[in-house]
Design a protein. Structure first.
Length: 273
């Protein structure tokens, strides 16, 4: 192992979970990561890992795909349902194109082969954490922009949504929105309710009014929020921020469906059951 490079300030508080049934592999990796300054927990099985994930908001999970009992792929799926923002990196000696594709589809940010140099492992973990920190900073900025634009809306001239009900919007299988109270009920098991802002309600109703139809940022801004003459940069950043916050609320539950989907370069659409 080579000398350890300084840990970036943004990573100091990161909490990691190392999942591998081979203690001879798991323990040294966990020790090295602790020396880097990370808070590290260990799990020898997927079942143990899942229990830890249920109680602790880990930033990143490093796991093998071949585990006794629950497979690594199954663990990733369950972990993603519990913690949508959990970063996952696969470290395995049993690599295949199929397993790599599956891991990426579930949400793995990287895929490493055993044996792996410590420098490569540190680099991949550091990069993943830094990229997420940058994304969170951008989202914070966009959220601030969205809040300002929300305050600048003309309350006496609310947008009208062609064909959209004013009192409530309903998807019999997935959710029910009370427009007046700004409360949306997500019909999972168990169901849960979240409160939306007026702007978030307008965006959700606009998307629900045209299910499976992609709406651009400009269309959402004009239809839902009444913004007609805004430059492209402002429109895109305001809408992306608003949709991001809306998704966070709608997908807050452990079994929440992905109701709003992104079409890269085009916009967003509501996906009913």
């Amino acid at each position: 192992m080579s000398a350890l490079s300084p840990t970036q300030p943004s990573e100091i508080t990161a909490r990691l979970l190392v999942v591998d049934d081979d203690n001879a592999v798991r323990a040294p990796i966990a020790k090295l990561l602790r020396l880097k300054g990370y808070q590290v927990d260990e799990a020898a099985t997927g079942e143990i890992a899942l229990k830890k994930i249920e109680g602790i908001a880990y930033d990143l999970m490093l796991l093998d795909l071949i585990l006794p009992g629950m497979s690594g792929v199954a663990l990733m799926r369950h972990a993603r349902a519990l913690r949508r923002d959990l970063l996952m990196i696969v470290l395995t000696a049993h690599a295949s194109a199929e397993s790599a594709i599956t891991a990426v589809k579930i949400g793995a940010v990287d895929y490493l082969l055993k044996p792996c140099k410590s420098e490569d492992l540190f680099l991949v973990i550091s990069k993943a954490l830094q990229e997420r920190a940058q994304q969170q900073r951008r989202q914070t900025l966009l959220s601030m922009i969205g809040d300002v634009m929300e305050q600048l809306r003309e309350p006496e001239n609310p947008p009208t949504l062609a064909g959209a009900p004013l009192a409530a919007a309903r998807d019999e299988n997935l959710l029910e929105l009370d427009h007046t109270k700004r409360i949306v009920t997500i019909k999972t098991d168990p169901p849960y309710c979240v409160e939306l802002t007026e702007g978030e309600v307008s965006i959700l109703v606009a998307l629900m009014n045209q299910p499976n139809q992609v709406l651009s940022c400009n269309q959402i801004a004009a239809t839902a929020l009444g913004y007609q003459n805004m430059d492209k940069w402002t429109v895109e950043n305001v809408i992306r921020s608003a949709v991001f916050r809306l998704r966070q609320k709608l997908e807050a539950g452990p079994n929440a469906p992905e109701l709003i989907r992104t079409v890269r370069g085009r916009g967003y659409f509501y996906s009913p059951a």
